[in-house]
Design a binder for this molecule. Sequence first.
Ligand code: CO
Length: 168
Amino acid sequence: MVKTIQGVVVWPDEVLTAPSEKVTEFGAGLEELLAEMYRIMRAAEGIGIAAPQIGVAKRVSLVGRGDGTFFEIVNPEILEKSEPVLLHEGCLSVPGEFEDVERFHRVKVRYQDHTGQAHELEAEGSLAHVLQHEIDHLYGFVFPLRLSQLKKGLLRKRMIKAKRRLEE
Ligand code: CO
């Protein structure tokens, strides 16, 4: 598994493209995972991160709000989505690449917090965008997989080269 200097797994990698496992234990282990995700996300200057991006195949993500604060979503699912939009998007696991991706302006999601408490949230705009991106990660979707075959192939080649450089 090749990681950036901040500790983010670089696509293509199986941990990023396989569905992650549901979280069933809400305790110290989850707290530690969240703390590590937060540390790496801040070091990499991300606005969100998913556990598989640090090599842990668990259904846990951190989501950035517009005010610079973050919250955790555990076992999240999208209940509703509406108003299709094309949004410019990047990912810490696909460093240096940005493309337009088909997303939705509004989403309704259900998730648990770090204590296991269930929540429902209706979001729009940038918060809805980050939610869709971070929830995608937990199903094994990285944004290049939502592009045309041509663009996906180009990005894949560039990332394989980038990984070779990181391994040196
Ligand atoms: Co990402």
